[in-house]
Design a protein. Structure first.
Length: 275
């Protein structure tokens, strides 16, 4: 099962997204991203929807969203889009509670401590080649335990430091570990039953070497002049036309000798001896 955690950004903080896969007692964080600052919330909803529909996780994913602060109105956008989620309202208390509906009040202490405990036990692995992996590690290192005069303990990032990736990861892990209500368990059972055509199927094992939900890298392909009219996505540098497409699509274009003549180096890279 996969779990997506979303920490919704505000004016000075980007939205962060983390995807965690649970395999037995092990958790694998195979996707981290920060949505560019200033991205409109409807586009963020679309981005999360696209992740949930990715072939790797589609039909086998749960979503949890930080509904603290500006989160509740944005969560309404997810609801209107027909996307099922659990809203997490982060509190300073010690007890988790259900205020009603699909929202939960969850202490920040609980969210962060779950992640720290799993890391300490070696049960949470984060792919080191993720672009945001180093930033996540720094955020984890910047978290400090603070004590009030009355002995109240809380987790917070150091002043001036971000914690959006940590919170996105923590919300995803919480979503995996949390206790479902009876209604939620029934809804999930019905979802699984419908998806499997009403028959009980054996669980499908997840990928053993991690997973990657990032879109494939694009390559620049020069376009013959005669092919420009009617071709979608054409851009120009001076009079030279080009498109940016995934490597597989580029290889298809470069099997045409006219296209190959304009893209010798790329054709040799993608097609090898066939170029």
């Amino acid at each position: 099962m996969f779990y997506i955690g979303v920490d919704l950004g505000q004016s000075n903080d980007p939205t962060a997204i983390a995807v965690v896969q649970q395999v037995g007692e092990q958790f694998r964080c195979g996707h981290l991203e920060r949505v560019p600052l200033g991205t409109p919330y409807p586009l963020i909803v679309g981005r999360v929807a696209a992740l949930m529909q990715h072939p790797t996780v589609a039909g086998n994913v749960r979503l949890a969203i930080d509904a603290t602060g500006v989160g509740r109105p944005v969560c309404d956008m997810f609801e209107r889009a027909g996307i099922r989620f659990v809203g997490v309202v982060i509190t300073a208390g010690h007890e988790e509670s259900n205020p009603g509906g699909n929202y939960r009040h969850v202490p920040k202490l609980s969210l962060i401590s779950h992640v720290q405990a799993l890391l300490h036990e070696g049960k949470l692995k984060i792919r080191q080649d993720l672009p945001e992996a180093d930033n996540l590690v720094r955020e984890l290192q910047d978290f400090r335990v603070n004590y009030s005069a009355s002995g109240f303990m809380s987790f917070n990032a150091r002043e001036g430091k971000h914690d959006d990736l940590v919170l996105a990861l923590s919300v995803a892990v919480w979503c995996a570990l949390r206790q479902r209500t009876g209604q939620e368990s029934w809804d999930e059972f019905l979802d699984d039953w419908s998806r499997k055509g009403g028959a009980k199927a054996a669980p499908v094992p997840g990928p053993e070497q991690g997973y990657d939900l990032n879109p494939p890298p694009l390559v620049k392909v020069n376009v013959p002049t005669a092919c420009v009219p009617g071709l979608a996505g054409v851009r120009f540098i001076g009079d030279a036309a080009y498109i940016e497409v995934a490597r597989g699509e580029a290889a298809g274009w470069l099997r045409n000798p006219v296209w190959r003549a304009l893209n010798r180096a790329l054709a040799e890279e993608l097609l090898g001896e066939n170029a």
